[in-house]
Write a protein that binds this ligand. Structure first.
Ligand code: ATP
Length: 211
């Protein structure tokens, strides 16, 4: 279980998140308008942003005591809203990067199971990331998160800015993640897709949980 306990976060001395507490045991969606603090919350869980006070625990380990690099060791994968692929690396290299950083062996087994889950990636596996469309990049960013995220996936606005056909495909894939028993926390600006994937809904407004 992911447990966020009384977390507050400031950026440039401005409080962005205030006393956020939530437990994520299964499929959960954080819903909030632009600027509500969704990305800030995900980045704080990943320790990309420091928290002012409060704790984040995953499976009873206080992960807020570790750095971002360590999150892969806890089986946590992250898909940033803006994808953050490395343009001059191939799709395969982008997907494998988190695994290389863990110096893990058997990378091909992991890659194969991801490619079976998202088979459309096979056709552009050896293209450089900069050659891909925005939608293809989303799929690759999801694959990269999955390769280390064996227990918890943090997907920041996976449906944002994608064509309806791809959004439908992402819904299908995310429902598939649920079947793999992965704990998944996603963010969305409204409930459109979160309802389709049957997620628990947590609403965030101006840095506070409202329901
Ligand atoms: P969006 O979908 O627009 O990204 P969000 O809910 O993810 O919305 P955040 O990106 O977490 O919102 O931003 C929350 C607030 O923090 C906003 O008011 C934003 O302007 C502010 N903020 C975020 N990052 C910075 C930064 N680097 N410097 C200053 N303010 C920031």
């Amino acid at each position: 279980m992911l447990k966020v306990d009384n977390v507050s976060v400031s950026i440039a001395n401005i409080k962005i998140l205030s006393n956020i507490s939530l437990n994520v045991k299964k499929f959960t969606s954080i819903i909030g308008r632009n600027g509500a603090g969704k990305t800030t919350l995900i980045k704080s869980i990943m320790k990309i942003l420091d928290i002012d006070y409060g704790n984040v625990e995953f499976n009873k380990i206080k992960i807020s005591n570790f750095n971002t690099y360590a999150m892969t060791s806890f089986g946590i994968g992250y898909m940033p809203e803006d994808r953050r692929l490395i343009p001059n690396l191939s799709v395969k290299e982008n997907i494998l990067l988190p695994i290389w950083s863990k110096r893990k062996k058997n990378e091909n087994n992991d890659l194969e199971s991801i490619l079976n889950f998202i088979p459309e990636i096979k056709s552009f596996l050896y293209s450089d990331a900069y050659q891909l469309s925005g939608g293809q990049q989303k799929l690759v960013a999801l694959a990269r998160a999955m390769i280390v995220g064996k227990k918890l996936l943090l997907l920041d606005e996976p449906f944002e800015g994608v064509a309806p056909a791809l959004a439908e495909r992402l819904v299908e894939l995310i429902i598939g993640l649920n079947k793999l028993k992965l704990i998944t926390l996603i963010t969305e600006s409204d409930e459109t897709y979160s309802k389709l994937i049957n997620a628990d809904i947590i609403k965030l407004e101006r840095g506070k949980i409202v329901s």
